[in-house]
Ligand binder design. Structure first.
Ligand code: PLP
Length: 415
């Protein structure tokens, strides 16, 4: 380790000490974890929150009047409050789900099946993760609607002209990502929501790659639905959030039927619980919701402005270091201010899987493949890319290790 850890945003060495997994070695080398867009590592505080729940007050929520049940309910609901506040939303508008994928599917079923009719237009974009495309394809198929896509500009932004053109066709739904998981592009969610609403559409924003990396304020964005995943923001797997406007949530049909989502059950029909409980059928993921609350506390203590500042420093450093590598093509906007903390690239003719395998031998974990964004891969005219993605514990050293691994692959493949 050198003195290159300090990014001026916070002390990375101190942050790294909070993540036990970073002490392990891979193939005898220091673990350099650069696959944060896939999932992030967990600080001890999150692990402790899970252990504390299971070892001290494990119990079901919203049911039992005994002490453990009350404690578990209080912790689960306190977590909902913290998570909603973290993104500038209201707790009653925060539905706990499994993740972003479940959130978009919930909207597809509970809002879409009720409100979309034959001939309606749905709009998504060519930079989406499949979880913000496939549910709308399924919805279009089941309701006889049409799905169209906002095109991209050559520098990796949404083509606003293409969006405007589609909005003139009065779509019922506009679904787009706040931040691309491949290009890193940060979209102006506030402006797009305003335009879509003016055209009469309901907006669904994928926040999977934004909430973990920079401050998000739903009060100013104004999205009708906004989804994100706990595991990409230092929290546990299997928990995420769908933020939805109360009026829309109240008007929607339930997603799943079962315990706790009802008010009364009769022979031939049932009535529904208040939101958000109407959408949380059965025994919920109590432990992981509490763990997500701990992750939010951890990020809040660091400060999301600092997290963003840190990632911009890493992006600038990565651009400087990697610009000298012959044959390396980086995708997405050049300006670090317009992108999030990830770098997707191709290196000469080296297949991304080969590169990722060689990097793994050096202890460097990156992702290779289509990143669940095949429409985008077609726009880039490549089958796959490599992707290095950052979070709070990454340092300049990690980027140096990435470059060294790339150079090693270059030597092996004679680039
Ligand atoms: C932009 C984006 N949207 C959605 C998802 C899906 O998230 P999850 O698998 O947690 O549902 C991902 C995951 O990689 C993503 O990067």
């Amino acid at each position: 380790m050198t003195g290159l850890l300090q990014t001026e945003a916070f002390d990375v060495e101190k942050v790294r000490a909070d993540f036990p997994i970073l002490k392990r070695k891979v193939h005898g080398k220091r673990l350099v974890y650069l696959d944060n867009a896939a999932t992030t590592q967990k600080p001890q505080a999150v692990i402790d929150a899970l252990v504390d729940y299971y070892s001290r007050y494990n119990s079901n929520v919203h049911r039992s009047v005994h002490t453990l049940g009350e404690e578990a309910t209080a912790a689960y609901e306190a977590s909902r409050e913290r998570v909603a506040k973290f993104v500038g939303g209201e707790p009653r508008e925060a539905v706990f789900v499994r993740g972003t994928t479940e959130a978009t599917n919930l909207v597809r079923y509970a809002w879409g099946e009720k409100h979309i009719a034959k001939g309606d237009l749905l709009v998504s974009t060519r930079m989406e993760h499949h979880s913000n495309i496939v549910p709308w394809q399924l919805l279009a198929r089941s309701r006889g609607a049409t799905l169209k896509f906002v095109e991209l500009t050559p520098d990796g932004h949404l083509d606003m002209g293409s969006l405007e053109e589609l909005l003139r066709e009065s779509p019922r739904l506009v679904a787009f990502t706040h931040c691309s998981n491949v290009l890193g592009t940060i979209n102006d969610a506030t402006a797009i929501c305003a335009k879509a609403h003016a055209a009469g559409a309901v907006t669904v924003v994928d926040g999977a790659q934004s909430v973990p990396h920079f401050p998000v304020d739903l009060a100013s964005i104004g999205a009708d639905f906004y989804a994100f995943s706990g595991h990409k923001m230092l929290g546990p797997t299997g928990i995420g959030v769908l933020m939805g406007k109360k009026q829309l949530l109240q008007d929607m049909d339930p997603f799943e039927g079962g315990g706790e989502m009802i008010r009364e059950v009769f022979d031939d029909h049932s009535t529904w619980n208040d939101v958000p409980y109407k959408f949380e059928a059965g025994t919920v993921n109590i432990a992981d919701a509490i763990g997500l609350g701990a992750a939010v506390d951890y990020l809040t203590a660091l400060g999301m402005d600092n997290v963003r500042k840190h990632e911009v420093r890493l992006l600038d450093y990565a651009r400087d270091v990697l610009s000298g590598v012959k044959g390396l093509q980086v995708y997405g906007p050049e300006d670090s201010q317009q992108r999030s903390g990830l770098v997707a690239f191709n290196y000469a003719d080296v297949h991304p899987h080969d590169l990722a395998t060689i990097l793994d031998e050096e202890g460097v974990a990156i992702r290779s493949g289509h990143h669940c964004a095949q429409l985008l891969m077609r726009c880039l005219d490549v089958p796959a890319t490599s992707r290095a993605s950052f979070h709070v514990y990454n340092s300049y050293d990690d980027i140096d290790a990435l470059k060294q691994g790339i150079m090693k692959a270059g030597a092996i493949f004679k680039v």
